[in-house]
Design a protein around this ligand. Sequence first.
Ligand code: MN
Ligand code: MN
Length: 305
Amino acid sequence: MDVEKLLNAGRIERDALKLAIDVTQEGEEYIEIAERIENFIRSRGAEPAFPVNISVNEVAAHYTPRPGDTLKIPPGSIVKVDVGVHVEGYIADAAVTLFFDEKHRGLALAAWRGLEAALSTARDSVSLNLIGRRVFEAIRAAGFRPIENLTGHKIERYELHAGKSVPNVPAFEYRFVKMKAGEVYAIEPFATPGSGVVVDDEWSNIYRVVSTRRVKRSKELTGLLQGLWRKYRSLPFASRWVVEEGLGDVEALEELVREGRLYHYPRLVERSRAMVSQYEDTVIIEKDGCRPTVGTLELASELIF
Ligand code: MN
Ligand code: MN
């Protein structure tokens, strides 16, 4: 692992989140927000590790504007901006919650407390079950419920979800699964006053290559697939990017989904359509604790307190 590159990704991510806090305003177009953040990341010599996710109100995760998207940040909403940066495959994954009505402050605080509890527990040899328990307790103590079917995840080079998950609730099956020094994790508690479960909704406009096997009957689709693999490997990408770069159109992407070569992520929505908050940081596990590469808690504390 190249710690320097990982920390560099974290620093760029931190500045990208600061920009996100600045540009995410009521009435602003999603597409404007996403493109400004993504272009900022590129201007720093890094690449987005996945499209900027803008998830509003009951949407918990997985929405990026489609080409020509006209959605705007609704007044009084609560908005999760989830940003990924990679430097030669070394990834920082972090998210902040912004809110445009005081009534959401407590909900935002609950997710912040969840992340705080997780980061103060994470260290070498600690079980992932204990992390989940601590997150659960912190969010419950703040008066909300964690989302039980969304988790953090181990990260490896060019691999956003590298096997182990970090639960946000006590999870018996993780009792003997431990964090180890040198491992990298994205930790991301979600809080809600609702059911605590997300379900698949409509589409996200976010795709990922799952098979590079050529498409027999189509040279064009095979060429597109090869181009996508070269550029993004197995990292998620936006239909927006594909269209902007002239690689292909949305219909071709959907054709590749039907052929089993791409995965199109569904939007994840709180089952009872309740509001959702989230904070996330990417940390390096050390012997006696963990090292946040982004510093989301500190960055967000001025929003919340
Ligand atoms: Mn994320
Ligand atoms: Mn993540």
